[in-house]
Design a binder for this molecule. Structure first.
Ligand code: MOS
Length: 737
């Protein structure tokens, strides 16, 4: 390790810090770095392949003799298979394999059996030929019903279906009551958010082929090729190196594809039985039922502040359901965003007979931030304080203060009071704000190999995956920067467990975790090229070799070689260097801040909410490619808007079935809902790795629902506390039927 002094921070708040960095790593990029390729707005390298249809997704994989699989799923929310007859299905035309999956089903859509046939139609006919004798049990799908003492047990065991837990270091109820009693102003509000289902453009799916040597190749739509490899290896008692998982292009994951899924195991079992490759892609309906979801929440927030607008108490009691899974915890923002002397958090996961929750873009933070920022606005109202001023008084992060300043200016915050009535008859406008908070600093683990060949070609190899976010492009940019090349001179290979190890793409971790290793590997490979060049000059001692502008140059040695010329000095076919991502340095600060402003127009007759504009101010350390970062932020905003106004899973209490398991009844934001979006990328030199890059996928969705809810509340003068904010709730808030 060596000490290096770097310049970190943001406009108006830069400072020099000393960081300990591994000797093998290049000097960290900091506020003084002048970069040529990193920071450029470049289109995705695979963009042409995607728009021309050349890019191969899992659905496009076609193998010799490949069969198509379909899954028989439970029509009941709770049932036992008393008997199942698969024989008729086995004898249907084209059917090559039939397997049983599960006899105990606990939600509508749970897999029961699966078939593989030569065509999709044959597979579906075979499903219809399976006869099942069911013993239907009592189910519970409603959150509050499931909490009652006499509710059917979802997982057996003791009632209620509730798993309560307190946060660490939490104040007692008595301490909270005391703090609230002594407060100048208090609020006590309950917020509700629905279960929303994962709706990736590309559904879950695998293509599986058993090889002659007993090893397995899996093409899977996954955020974590290595996690799928390890899961599949465990499921079939293989060694990890006997399983190869590939993911070349992807249509989104958002947390629903972070590990091995059941469909992959089903496909592999069918393929083994059929002795042929099998493709199993989930349908849109299956995605809604069993593809994972964001848990619901009911959040009671009691909060108080003193006469100076300082928070005195934050008390959250929450519960929510992730169906047959847990994971409804949503206290993250309330636990960490604001300074507060008395804080209490209690939460329960409630089990219901519904599809299992999965991580979903900033798990817990989206529902938690909506409730917290709604509560903060209400309290600001009671104190007669400007919502931003109230936030600043309780938020120790001065980076976010600066972001509020910049966003307020663009959003026209100072004219907020006049905005309300500016909409014309029968309509009202409102402007609201909310904060973001996330980690996103990445972590150690990923390994990257950089291969530079005698002909000057450069290949960056890493088994990470590009979820559609542009990972391939930013890795090429980082390597090009280090080697003084353009992105077109760098080839990136990823999405393959045969490549060097990388961690899963979740937690907005990919860019910050992988880019430092790319830099280190590229720097190490470049050092080998420099050695080769020096070796070709008798007695050369120069230490000032540098790669820039497509040249390798040394003033002292009087050398200026074109890249290909320099690489021609390599002895042997190529130089190949591998680097491992090291731990984060101390640097500037952990985590990202950020905030968003929403301007809405509400139709007071129909209750329809139209979001006119979102101003999003976000920081994510060094921005490798502003076009891709903005694209991530727009995606987060659209998904957040969709959550705030439209999406909700509807289950029928009587049958336990999902009533809107399709994309016409399950509404997602489309072009008509998408507002004018203005993104501001706030410059922060983070200095926690050699690139200083941070993640932005999740921070961008966190503030959107709260900002929209606060804007609606500003427009109406009344608060809607339940998401989605549908016209009926708006009219109810206005006292209209
Ligand atoms: Mo994410 S919810 O970390 O893929």
């Amino acid at each position: 390790m060596g000490k290096r002094t770097i310049r970190v921070g943001y406009a108006g708040n830069y400072r020099e810090v000393e960081v300990n960095t591994p000797d093998a790593e290049p000097a960290p990029w900091d506020a003084n770095s002048k970069l040529a390729v990193v920071g450029k707005r470049l289109p995705r390298l695979e963009g042409k392949d995607k728009v021309t249809g050349r890019a191969k997704y899992t659905a496009d994989v076609k193998l010799e003799g490949m069969l198509i699989a379909r899954v028989l799923r439970s029509p009941y929310a709770r049932a036992t298979v008393k008997s199942i007859d698969l024989e008729k299905a086995r004898k249907m035309p084209g059917v090559k394999a039939v397997i049983e999956v599960d006899r105990e089903v606990r939600f509508h859509g749970a897999p029961v059996a699966a078939v593989a046939a030569e065509t999709e139609a044959q597979a579906e006919d075979a499903l219809a030929a399976i006869t099942v004798e069911w013993s239907v049990g009592a189910h519970v799908v409603d959150l509050e019903e499931a909490r009652k003492p006499d509710a059917p047990r979802v997982q057996g065991g003791k009632n209620p279906n509730e798993r309560g837990n307190e946060a660490q270091d939490t104040a007692t109820e008595d301490a909270c009551r005391k703090a609230l009693d002594a407060s100048h102003s208090t609020i006590d509000l309950t917020f509700r958010t629905p279960v929303v289902t994962h709706s990736c453009l590309e559904s879950h799916g695998s293509v599986v082929r058993w090889e002659a040597d007993g090893s397995l190749t899996v093409w899977d739509s996954t955020q974590a090729v290595f996690a799928v490899r390890d899961g599949v290896a465990r499921a079939f008692q293989l060694k990890a190196e006997q399983v190869r998982v590939l993911k070349e292009h992807m249509g989104g994951g958002f947390g629903s594809k972070l590990g091995m899924s059941q469909h992959t195991v089903m496909a592999a079992k069918l393929a083994r039985e059929a002795k042929a490759p099998v493709k199993l892609l989930l349908t849109r309906k299956e995605e809604h039922l069993a593809g994972g979801n964001r848990p619901s929440s009911v959040q009671r927030i009691r909060a108080g502040a003193d006469k100076d607008g300082k928070l005195t108490c934050l008390w959250l009691e929450s519960h929510g359901t992730g169906g047959v899974a847990g994971g409804a915890w949503c206290a993250g923002p309330l636990a960490s965003l604001y300074a507060c002397p008395t804080r209490r958090i209690w939460h329960a996961d409630v089990m219901t007979n519904a599809g299992a929750a999965a991580a979903f873009r900033a798990p817990g933070h989206v529902q938690g931030m909506f409730a917290l920022e709604s509560a903060i606005d209400e309290l600001a109202g009671k104190l007669n304080l400007d919502p931003i001023e109230f936030r600043k008084r309780n938020d120790a992060n001065t980076l976010r203060h600066s972001e509020y300043g910049e966003g307020a200016q663009i959003a026209g915050w100072e004219k907020r009071a006049q905005l309300r009535g500016s909409a014309g008859p029968g309509k009202a406008r409102g402007l609201g704000v909310a904060a973001s908070i996330w980690g996103g600093g990445g972590g150690p683990g990923p390994q990257v190999r950089c291969v530079i060949s005698r002909d000057g070609s450069v290949e960056v190899q890493c088994g990470t995956q590009d979820l559609g976010t542009g990972t391939r492009t930013i890795l090429a940019q980082v390597a090009a920067e280090e080697l003084g090349l353009t992105v077109n001179q760098v080839r990136v290979k990823l999405g393959d467990t045969a490549l060097p190890f990388s961690t899963g793409s979740g937690g907005s971790m990919t860019a910050p975790s992988v880019t430092p290793a790319v830099r280190s590997a590229a720097a190490a490979a470049l050092a080998r090229v420099i050695e080769a060049v020096k070796g070709s000059i008798p007695g050369c001692e120069a230490t000032d070799f540098a790669a820039r502008g497509g040249k390798l140059e040394s003033k002292t040695a009087g050398v200026s070689l074109g890249w290909a010329e320099a690489c021609a000095k390599i002895s042997g076919a190529n130089v190949s260097e591998q680097a491992t991502r090291s731990a984060n340095y101390q640097g500037f600060r952990d985590g990202t801040a950020g905030c968003q402003f929403a301007e809405v127009e509400v139709d007071l007759e129909t209750g329809h909410v139209q979001v006119l504009r979102i101003v999003a101010v976000h920081d994510c350390g060094l921005v490798v490619n502003p076009m891709l970062a903005e694209s991530q932020i727009c995606g987060g905003i659209i998904q957040g808007l969709s959550y705030a106004l439209l999406e909700q899973r509807v289950l029928d209490n009587a049958t336990g079935r999902m009533m809107n398991a399709n994309l016409s009844d399950y509404r997602i934001a489309g072009p008509k809902e998408i507002p004018d979006i203005r993104v501001v990328l706030f410059d922060v030199a983070n200095g926690r790795t050699n690139t200083g890059v941070m993640g932005i996928g999740e921070p961008s969705i966190i503030p959107t629902p709260g900002a929209i809810a606060n804007a609606v509340s500003h427009a109406l003068g009344k608060r809607v506390t339940d998401l989605p904010i549908t016209p009926d709730k708006v009219l109810a808030a206005l006292g209209k039927k």
